[in-house]
Design a protein around this ligand. Structure first.
Ligand SMILES: Cc1cc2nc3c(=O)[nH]c(=O)nc-3n(C[C@H](O)[C@H](O)[C@H](O)COP(=O)(O)O)c2cc1C
Length: 193
């Protein structure tokens, strides 16, 4: 089984990211071969990054802060990571960047898939994240899930309109298939190195 961590990349009240979770979880659970855990950044009180030493130099998983260490432990368990990301000012969220920068080795040699949304499906945020992933020594996979104009997908009470994600299910399934392949390949590679 592949240990899959899905990181929720926005934390503001009324966030769209949260509305995707039931759908993402259902599609993942339908695809055998993943043990899913949601990592909601709201549930981690990560400090605004201020470490003396770059996390890249930390070898014992002790980042000097209990919440960072708790987050690091969760990422260390992952064989594959999905980041659900909004697009803020043509980039991804500051809260996600802060989480990314807070740890290092735990990301290494693991595949990364991106689920995004925005006026152009969050594509600009995704391209930036792919560049960052290289420095994390992750393998950002090709297939994306780009959800267009999320503000059109909700009812006035903030809930998701019925069926609006159905058209994206095939993209998510294809992404998960590719992610699973990379997760198994890199898991094997990590076990011999
Ligand atoms: C600070 C901020 C900047 C934004 N910039 C963009 C942008 O550059 N491109 C875009 O497509 N949407 C942009 N939006 C709209 C977001 O796509 C939309 O609000 C989305 O729901 C944000 O994700 P969230 O609800 O998970 O926080 C921006 C929203 C915020 C709050």
């Amino acid at each position: 089984m592949v240990e899959l961590k899905v990181i929720v990349g926005s934390t503001r009240p009324g966030r769209f990211s949260e509305l995707l979770l039931p759908w993402v979880s259902a599609v993942i659970e339908k695809n055998a071969g993943f043990n899913l855990e949601i990592i909601d950044l709201r549930e981690y009180q990560l400090p605004f990054f201020d470490a003396k030493v770059s996390p890249a130099y930390i070898e014992n998983a002790d980042y000097g802060h209990p919440e960072v260490n708790r987050f690091a432990k969760k990422i260390s368990e992952a064989d594959a990571v999905v980041m659900i990301t909004p697009e803020y000012n043509h980039g991804y969220s500051g809260i996600l960047k802060n989480a990314i920068d807070s740890v290092y080795r735990e990301w290494n040699n693991k595949p990364l898939a991106l689920v995004s949304y925005g006026s152009v499906g969050g594509a600009r945020a995704v391209e930036q994240l792919r560049l960052v992933a290289i420095e994390l020594q992750m393998a950002p996979i090709r297939n994306g899930v780009h959800i267009m104009a999320p503000w059109l997908l909700t009812e006035t009470d903030g809930s998701l309109k019925d069926g609006v994600l159905d058209g994206y299910t095939a993209s998510l399934e294809a992404q998960l298939k590719q992610l699973h392949w990379w997760a198994q390949a890199l898991k094997t590679a990590r076990s011999v190195n």
